[in-house]
Design a protein. Structure first.
Lengths: 257, 359, 76
C-alpha cells in the first residue's frame, strides 16, 4: 500500500480546524500559543458556536490572536480583557465569551480585572497562558517567573529579596466564590493536549450553562524567552515549572447539582 | 401626558433617568463624589427589570471604562460616568475607543484638581476633555450642559452623535450642575434596539458571526506604519466633518453687545446674571455659550471678534478655553480670562468688576 | 490481522521547523530536512519512514502551527 493510496482511500484522523485560518501565525517555532489556538478553535467548532462566539485578545504575544481564529474579536488594553468580557457577556448573554491572556497581562497589570471578573461570577472563560516570562517585549520578568529563573530584567535570576515571589493566581482564583471551574493544564504531550482540550470544553460549557466564571491556566513554554530549543523548553517546563505550578483541576463546582 | 411631566431632581439623577429612557443598554461605573447619584439612581430604578438595561458597579474606573469599551464593541449603547480623578484613570480606555472608533458616552461631573483636589465644582478638565486626554491624536465629541434639563437632553444627543460618527462622546458637566436640583422634563421613553436592529445598524460590531458572516475584529492596533497613517488620516477626516457639521452654541444678548463673555456650563449661568447686572449699569455685554466644546465654535468666536471690543473667557479654572478663544480671535481684540479655583464658583458681581477693569 | 497504515501530509510552507512533531512521533516517521528550506527559511518536517506510520496523529496533535494532516487506512 502506497502513501498516495492511504491518502486517497483513508480517513482523515487529524487536520487543522477550519476555524484556525490559513494566515501564518507570528508565534516563534514551537510556541505553545499555537497548540492552544488549535484547541480553542476545535472546541468552538465542536460546540457549534462559531457564529455565537466573541473573544477578547490581550496585549502580549497573543495580541494578534484575532488574525488566526475566525470568530469575532475585541482587542483589549493591557490587562483589561476580563472587563471587556464582563460587559460583553452581560450585554449578549447567549454568546460564548472568553478572554485569552498571558501571565503579564492577566497576573500583573490586569490582576484587579481578573480577580473581580472571576469573583463576580461572570459567565465567561479566561484562558491563561503562563510561560513565566514576557514574550512580546523580549523576555522580561513576569509575575509568574520562578525563583532563580533568569530573564532580561532579572539577569542573575529572580530572588525574593529583590523581586518577591512568583504569583499563583490560579490558586487565588480557586478560593473565589464566583469561580466554577479552575484548572491548570499543559500542552507539551499528546496526553496533556487531550486533557487541556477537555478542560477548555468544560469551561466553555459551564460558562454557557451560566454556572459562573472559569479559569483554564495552560503552563506553557517560551522557548525564545527561555533561550532553548522547543524540545528542551518542554523538558525544562516539566522539570521546573510543574513542581511549582501543579497540574490538574483546582476546583470544579459545575458538575454538582 | 406622563412623559411631559415636570419633575424636580439633581443633574446626576437626570442623567440616570435619561439613560434609561433613551434606550441605553448598559451602564458601568464606580462611585466618586460629586457624581455617585448616577449609579445610585440607576441601582434604585432597577432598569434591568424594565428595559433590560445592564447596570454594573465595577472595581475601578479603569475597569468601568474597559467594560464600556467591551460593551461598545458589541454595538450596544453603553455609558459610564465619573468625576475628574476617575476620568483621569479612564484615559487609557478612552484612547483605545477613539482608536477603535467606538460609540459610547462618558459623563464627567468635574471637581477641582489637580490630584485628589477637592469635591467642589470646577471646569478644570476642559483641556483633558477637548484636547484628547489620553495618548494619540484624537478627539471626543464634548457637550457642556448648563442646566439639569440639558443633563437630561444631552444623553440622547451624545449617543446620537457617538453612533453617527463612531466616536466616543462626553458630557462635560461640573459638580454644580450634577448636584443642583432643578425642574426638568425627562425625555420620552424610547425602546432599546433589538438584536436585529443592532446587527443592521452596526455591521461592524462583535455580535458573533450571525448568519456566517466574516469575523468582525475591533482593534486599535496596526503595526504597519503606512496602514496606521491611513487609519489616522481617516479619523482626522471624520473630525473635520464633525467640526463642519456639529458645532452647537447659544447666543445671549449679543445683538447690541460691545463686549462678550464666552462661558460654558455653570460659568455660563453666572455670566447671564453678570450680564444683567452689567447692563443695568449701562455696559453692553452679551454671552456666547459653547454647547459643544469640541468641536469648538471657532467661526462664531471669530465673528464675535469682528463685532465687539473685547472678550472675557469666564471659566471655573485657571484659563483653558481661553486658549481656543485666542486662536479663533487671532489677536483682533483683547481676550481676557477670569476664573476661580479650588472649587470656588465666581460671583456675578466680581465678574462685572473684572469686565470693567479688563477693557 | 487488521493493521493500521497511516500517512502524513505536511504543509511545508506553514511549517516552522520546531521539531516537536519529530520528537512526538513514536516511530521516527518524521524528520526535519537537513538542507532544503521553505520560503521562510525553515528546515521543514517531512516523512522519512513512510511505511511505518500508523496514523496515530501524535505529530499533528503537538504541531503548534496546524501544519500536519494525518490519514489512516485499515488493511488486512
Amino acid at each position: 500500500m502506497t502513501r498516495e493510496e492511504i491518502i486517497e482511500k483513508g480517513q482523515v484522523v487529524y487536520k487543522k480546524p477550519v476555524l484556525l485560518n490559513d494566515t501564518p501565525m507570528h508565534y516563534c517555532p514551537g510556541c505553545s500559543h499555537g497548540v492552544v489556538h488549535k484547541l480553542v478553535s476545535e472546541v468552538i467548532e465542536e460546540m457549534g458556536m462559531t457564529d455565537k462566539t466573541i473573544a477578547i485578545s490581550p496585549v502580549g504575544c497573543a495580541v494578534f490572536a484575532y488574525k488566526y481564529i475566525d470568530v469575532d474579536w475585541q482587542e483589549a488594553a493591557h490587562g483589561r480583557a476580563p472587563a471587556l468580557a464582563s460587559a460583553t457577556k452581560r450585554l449578549w448573554p447567549d454568546r460564548l465569551v472568553f478572554t485569552y491572556q498571558g501571565d503579564g497581562d492577566l497576573a500583573c497589570i490586569g490582576t484587579a480585572e481578573t480577580i473581580h471578573a472571576l469573583n463576580r461570577a461572570e459567565n465567561i472563560t479566561i484562558i491563561f497562558i503562563n510561560n513565566a516570562i514576557y514574550g512580546m517585549t523580549g523576555g522580561q520578568m513576569a509575575p509568574t517567573t520562578l525563583l532563580g529563573m533568569k530573564t532580561a530584567t532579572c539577569p542573575y535570576g529572580r530572588e525574593v529579596k529583590l523581586h518577591g515571589y512568583p504569583l499563583k493566581i490560579t490558586e487565588i482564583a480557586a478560593t473565589l466564590d464566583g469561580t466554577c471551574y479552575v484548572t491548570r493544564q499543559a500542552v507539551h504531550t499528546v496526553a496533556a493536549i487531550n486533557r487541556a482540550k477537555k478542560a477548555i470544553r468544560k469551561a466553555f460549557e459551564y460558562s454557557m450553562q451560566g454556572k459562573g466564571s472559569n479559569l483554564v491556566e495552560i503552563v506553557s513554554t517560551c522557548n525564545s524567552g527561555w533561550k532553548m530549543s522547543p524540545e528542551k523548553a518542554n523538558k525544562w517546563m516539566e522539570e521546573n515549572m510543574f513542581e511549582f505550578y501543579h497540574l490538574g483541576d483546582l476546583k470544579d463546582t459545575g458538575a454538582v447539582k | 401626558m406622563a412623559d411631559q411631566e415636570i419633575t424636580l431632581m439633581k443633574g446626576n439623577e437626570a442623567i440616570a433617568h435619561a439613560a434609561i429612557r433613551c434606550g441605553c443598554d448598559g451602564y458601568f461605573g464606580y462611585p466618586i463624589t460629586p457624581q455617585s447619584e448616577v449609579l445610585e439612581t440607576l441601582a434604585e430604578q432597577k432598569p434591568w427589570e424594565t428595559t433590560g438595561m445592564v447596570v454594573l458597579q465595577a472595581e475601578s474606573e479603569v475597569s468601568s471604562i474597559n467594560m464600556v469599551y467591551g460593551g461598545a464593541c458589541t454595538g450596544k449603547k453603553v455609558m459610564t460616568s465619573s468625576s475628574s480623578p476617575g476620568v483621569s484613570l479612564m484615559q487609557e480606555g478612552i484612547s483605545y475607543m477613539a482608536g477603535a472608533e467606538l460609540p459610547a458616552l462618558i459623563v464627567n461631573v468635574m471637581r477641582g484638581g489637580p490630584g485628589l483636589g477637592t469635591i467642589q465644582p470646577s471646569q478644570s478638565d476642559y483641556f483633558q476633555a477637548c484636547k484628547g486626554g489620553g495618548h494619540g491624536d484624537y478627539h471626543l465629541i464634548v457637550l457642556a450642559p448648563a442646566s439639569v434639563q440639558e443633563m437630561a437632553d444631552f444623553v440622547d444627543l451624545a449617543f446620537t452623535l457617538a453612533f453617527r460618527y463612531r466616536n466616543p462622546a462626553m458630557i462635560l458637566a461640573d459638580g454644580a450642575i450634577g448636584q443642583m436640583m432643578e425642574k426638568v422634563v425627562l425625555p420620552p421613553f424610547k425602546p432599546r434596539r433589538t438584536e436585529e436592529e443592532i446587527i443592521r445598524e452596526c455591521p461592524w460590531a462583535t455580535t458573533g458571526r450571525i448568519g456566517g458572516r466574516k469575523p468582525n475584529i475591533i482593534t486599535s492596533l496596526e503595526l504597519r506604519s503606512e496602514e496606521m497613517e491611513v487609519i489616522n488620516l481617516r479619523i482626522q477626516a471624520k473630525y473635520r466633518e464633525i467640526e463642519a457639521k456639529e458645532v452647537r452654541y447659544e447666543e445671549f444678548m449679543l445683538d447690541d453687545a460691545e463686549y462678550a463673555i464666552v462661558a460654558f456650563g455653570s460659568a455660563a449661568r453666572i455670566a447671564k446674571k453678570s450680564i444683567e447686572i452689567a447692563r443695568s449699569q449701562g455696559i453692553k455685554v452679551g454671552l456666547l455659550r459653547p454647547i459643544t466644546l469640541w468641536p469648538f465654535p471657532t467661526e462664531e468666536v471669530k465673528r464675535l471678534a469682528g463685532k465687539v471690543k473685547g472678550i472675557l473667557s469666564l471659566e471655573i479654572n485657571a484659563g483653558q478655553m481661553v486658549e481656543d478663544i485666542r486662536l479663533a480671535v487671532e489677536g483682533k481684540v483683547p481676550v481676557r480670562h477670569f476664573g476661580r479655583l479650588g472649587g470656588i464658583i465666581p460671583d456675578p458681581d466680581e465678574v462685572v468688576e473684572v469686565l470693567k477693569s479688563s477693557f | 490481522m487488521a493493521k493500521m497504515k497511516g500517512a502524513t501530509v505536511v504543509d511545508t510552507e506553514r511549517c516552522k521547523g520546531c521539531n516537536l512533531c519529530v520528537v512526538a512521533c513514536p516511530l521516527d516517521v518524521l524528520a526535519l530536512t537537513s538542507k532544503e528550506v521553505n520560503r521562510k527559511g525553515y528546515n521543514y518536517a517531512h516523512e522519512v519512514l513512510s511505511d511505518t506510520c500508523t496514523g496515530c496523529a501524535s505529530c499533528a496533535t503537538v504541531c503548534p502551527d496546524g501544519c500536519i494532516t494525518v490519514y489512516r487506512l485499515k488493511t488486512e
